[in-house]
Design a protein around this ligand. Structure first.
Ligand code: 2AM
Length: 188
């Protein structure tokens, strides 16, 4: 089999949670119903995700180490409730998030971020604030809806993504996914 990975190149990578297709579609519809078109640049449905750890431009060798470490993570799945919303004018991001992020989500992100830092991937010193970016380029005040979608989705896996920019568009491509363990009975 021909290996198509160019081992000399760097790729822009990040670990993230994938949102179910129906949730992506619901969020796009809800966004269209609740924000004016001039709010910012809407993120395409297929690109809606929740970042766990941003890695930056990563070599093939470093990605392999990070993928091996990710494969050794063993923790149960969890549910994420998107019941919070906000606007960071500095970065121009309008987001959906969690008022009380589940412990499993914080643990998973913490582990991936510390493994990334140990491999030399710069990690911003800001505390991890789990969120799904809805708009970018939102640098002017935005009227934020009083209520969110309040969607709950089950998380049973996490993925390494590559950010690919081609023909004027950014696309997020899954490189590899790993399952989380079955949940403990009381958490189901
Ligand atoms: P954001 O949605 O809050 O911008 C891919 O770019 C993902 O990595 C995005 O979800 C982005 O978060 C996140 N990310 C975190 N730090 C980043 C950085 N320094 N540059 C680009 N993306 C970053």
């Amino acid at each position: 089999m021909i290996n198509t990975v160019d081992k000399t190149s760097f790729r822009r990578l990040f670990f993230a949670l994938t949102l179910p297709d129906t949730l992506q579609q619901n969020m796009v519809q809800w966004r269209a119903d609740n924000f004016p078109p001039q709010a910012g640049r809407p993120i395409a449905a297929a690109n809606l995700h929740l970042t766990l750890a941003f890695l930056g431009e990563v070599s093939h060798a470093k990605a392999q180490v990070l993928q091996q470490q990710a494969g050794r993570i063993s923790q149960p799945g969890f549910n994420v409730t998107l019941d919070d919303i906000g606007h960071w004018p500095g970065s121009g991001v309008v987001w959906l998030g969690c008022k009380n992020p589940p412990r499993g989500l914080l643990q998973l992100a913490q582990l991936l971020r510390s493994q990334a830092a140990r491999s030399g991937c710069y990690q911003a010193p800001l505390p991890f604030h789990p969120h799904v970016t809805l708009f970018r380029g939102a640098i002017r005040p935005v009227a934020i809806p009083a209520r969110t979608t309040n969607e709950i989705f089950p998380v049973n896996s996490f993925s390494l993504y590559e950010s690919v920019f081609a023909r004027g568009r950014t696309r997020y491509k899954i490189v590899q996914s790993w399952p989380l363990a079955a949940r403990e009975e009381k958490e189901i």
